[in-house]
Design a binder for this molecule. Structure first.
Ligand code: SF4
Length: 499
């Protein structure tokens, strides 16, 4: 009886053995083919129109986009293994951590369940921490306005923050941004020491890719749970133009070294009015995905903030729509794993900021807590909270973040957005860049404080305000039409055809 009980409780199933077995199947040529085909079938059936599960959507077109991305991730794994860009040991660790993170559900996770019982919603999935403001580059329009010297969090605070987030929220992923995260050092320790210490978590580091030396490479390989996303702006000329002469070749050399180590790496691209065709070109995609064998690309459409904020670089609403369509076509045809902020609100049910369930919040080098990396306005500081005997839960309960989470519920998140719900348009998910008028009300009501001079100047700049409000209007016209015609109607049509 007791044995049966144990089997029922899965005590006898050693998860490590299962992941090891699956990993072996992936690294065998014949079994890989079968496993990949099986995974693709599972994804297609899991995300079929009408299916209800953790990742599904009641909107058929949204469901379709989720399926395309899931298939592109599977293809990325296959390409990386076949191209010798993913080592078997690293794959085993990543597989275990990602599978654990994805499979987790409330019923099985005590921390998530406790949080839900108390708050009626699940906790955030990850934290973005910018541990230091220092950077070795001086990019023309750096969103973080990084400096050659800068403030940083101490190792103790960084470690405490992550430990507390695991205990209170069951966090699965830490994203490092900056400043240049590989420059961070405190008490002789760096972000890779954190990754090594917290080996039950996944880590992603947004880096300029220019200082990944042999020591850093060795530690990345040793930790196995950190993937770096290296910044480029396009091919060599475009990248060097914004980031400095010689930067592109350093990034490429880092990517080559990471590939040799079998560590999955990706790129991060700021898309603006000048480079938006280049970063969708075959030349660019072939170079990075085929030649450099990157695993993923994150596209962030330029948002004026930080150093030399320039509204005229922001892709127009029409360009944003055009970019969305072209990129989706590429993902469908080439199965490349590319995420497009802000066009992929469809994949994550809208805005993921402010500690939303499944989402995140941002803590910077001064301990300031912000809803998002792209909203440099804060109304709380973790150092002060700790000093006053508070804890990480106080951040989540901050009224500013609460009001953004409330706003999200009226803009797609948790809505039956297949119905004719105008507020559920997941194509324009951002309270800051897409709904600037709402954003102004939120920060005024909550007395959120600009985190730096440039955030303060933007807030006072009436011309910027006028531009953002006009952008919001134009965006709503174009994207509400797109949502109504190509998501709501198509959705009904597809649903009816599936009856
Ligand atoms: S606030 Fe905007 S940029 Fe930040 S997660 Fe939400 S939609 Fe994305």
């Amino acid at each position: 009886m007791r044995v049966l009980e144990k089997i029922k409780n899965k005590d006898l199933i050693n998860k490590d053995l299962i992941y090891s077995f699956l990993n072996n199947l992936l690294f065998n040529k014949i079994t890989r083919k079968l496993l990949i085909a099986l995974l693709e079938k599972l994804v297609i059936s899991y995300l079929k129109p009408g299916k209800k599960n953790k990742f599904s959507s009641t909107n058929t077109k949204v469901q379709h986009e989720k399926k395309l991305i899931a298939l592109s991730i599977i293809n990325s794994v296959k390409r990386a293994i076949e191209g010798n860009a993913l080592s078997k040991e690293v794959s085993k660790v990543v597989l275990k951590l990602w599978a654990g993170a994805i499979i987790t559900n409330r019923a099985k996770d005590k921390i998530i369940n406790n949080f839900y019982e108390k708050n009626g919603t699940e906790p955030p999935f990850f934290l973005v921490i910018s541990p230091g403001h220092e950077c070795n580059l001086h990019c023309q329009d750096c969103y973080a306005a990084s400096e050659s010297r800068g403030h940083k969090l101490s190792w103790e605070i960084l470690d405490k923050l992550i430990t507390d987030a695991k205990k209170a929220w069951g966090i699965k992923l830490i994203v490092f941004s900056g400043g240049e995260p590989f420059l961070y050092k405190s008490n002789g320790k760096d972000i890779l020491d954190i990754a090594l210490k917290h080996n039950d978590l996944l880590f992603l580091a947004f880096t300029n890719g220019t200082i990944i030396n042999s020591e850093i490479l060795k530690k990345i390989r040793l930790s196995k749970n950190l993937t770096p996303a290296l910044s480029v702006e396009g091919m060599e000329k475009t990248t060097d133009n914004r980031r400095g002469i010689g930067v592109f070749s350093k990034v490429v050399s880092s990517l080559e070294n990471l590939k040799i180590q079998g560590v999955p790496a990706g790129i991060s691209v700021t898309v603006n009015r000048n480079n938006y065709n280049e970063v969708l070109s075959d030349e660019f995609l072939d170079f990075f995905f085929i030649k450099q064998k990157i695993f993923y690309a994150f596209y962030f459409q330029y948002l004026p903030m930080g150093r030399n904020a320039d509204f005229s670089l922001m892709p127009t609403p029409y360009q944003r729509l055009e970019f969305r369509k072209k990129l989706l076509d590429i993902i469908e045809k080439r199965r490349l794993f590319i995420l497009d902020f802000w066009n992929h609100g469809t994949l994550v049910n809208g805005c993921i900021a402010a500690g939303r369930s499944g989402g995140y919040l941002h803590i910077d080098w001064n301990g300031n807590v912000m809803p998002c990396v792209f909203i440099p306005y804060s109304s709380g500081n973790i150092l002060e909270i700790y000093e006053n005997g508070g804890n990480i839960t106080d951040i989540w309960e901050n009224p500013y973040l609460v009001s953004i989470r409330k706003w999200q519920k009226n803009h797609g998140y948790g809505k039956e957005y297949s119905k004719s719900n105008k507020l559920g348009n997941l194509l324009i998910p951002c309270p800051y860049r897409d709904h600037y008028s709402d954003f102004l009300n939120i920060i005024e009501k909550n007395k959120a404080i600009p985190q730096d001079v440039s955030a303060d100047e933007l807030l006072k700049d009436l011309n910027f305000r006028k531009n953002m409000l006009e952008y919001e209007k134009e965006l709503a016209e174009i994207f509400n039409k797109e949502w109504n015609e190509n998501f709501l109607r198509i959705s009904n049509k597809l649903r009816n055809s599936n009856k």
